[in-house]
Design a protein around this ligand. Structure first.
Ligand code: CA
Length: 220
């Protein structure tokens, strides 16, 4: 069946990773360190990090946003793909997780590209808008508290330039979005943003079944 996205068995997934991943040692080490944490599942998959690096190269991104850093894997994947003068404004609240992130960013010699803001992300994003930085970012990645996803989406869309790219993580939410019996606030919030982006004429979009589901949306 080629008219449908393949379901990945463990065997196919192993092959897929073996023939796709070019994960640098520093990213692999960060993944291994993060795996020791109880909420390690919050980290993106390595194939998703690699895709984000490719997207950064494709659009020649220099100035990017990240909403939700955790232990810094996605920011590191993006930072490694950015040019030497590239920048990430990275938003998070958690000092403990971002301390791990900072350690690895320094080891990878990309710490100078990452401007970590420890504050509620909406405050940081609104501050950037108040500072006149709307339409100046090339790329944004949203991967934070799901109940604010729609708020993050609107702010990021304002901050992106025309042709800029937004990536929204966890849009399949372990499959829960497709199960209408599940009505917890995070699942409902993700369904809402999925419905919204799907009909939003301001973007060209595609939902990818990679990792936990990623929606790409290009600002028109
Ligand atoms: Ca995520």
């Amino acid at each position: 069946m080629t008219s449908k996205t393949l379901s990945l068995t463990e065997k196919i997934y192993t092959y897929f990773q073996a023939k796709s991943l070019r994960e640098p040692a520093i990213l692999r080490e960060l993944r291994e360190e993060t795996a020791k944490l109880s909420n390690a599942q919050m980290q993106i998959s390595p194939e998703q990090g690699q895709l984000m690096g490719l997207l950064i190269e494709l659009i020649n991104a220099r100035k990017t946003l990240e909403v939700g850093v955790f232990t810094g894997y996605s920011a590191l994947a993006v930072a490694l793909a950015l040019p030497e003068d590239g920048k990430i404004v990275a938003c998070d609240l958690n000092e403990e997780w971002t301390a791990i992130a900072k350690k690895f960013w320094q080891s990878a010699n990309v710490a100078h590209k990452i401007d970590l803001r420890i504050a509620p992300a909406l405050e940081t994003l609104d501050g950037l808008i108040a500072n006149g930085e709307q339409a100046s970012f090339d790329f944004a990645f949203i991967d934070a508290d799901k109940q604010n996803y729609l708020n993050y989406y609107e702010r990021c869309l304002t901050l992106l330039r025309r042709g800029g790219l937004l990536a929204i993580d966890n849009v399949l939410w372990y499959g829960d979005v497709a199960d209408t019996s599940i009505q917890n606030p995070s699942t409902v919030a993700i369904r809402t943003v999925n419905d919204f982006v799907h009909q939003d004429e301001r973007v060209t979009m595609s939902m990818l079944p990679i990792g936990d589901g990623v929606t790409l949306a290009r600002k028109r």
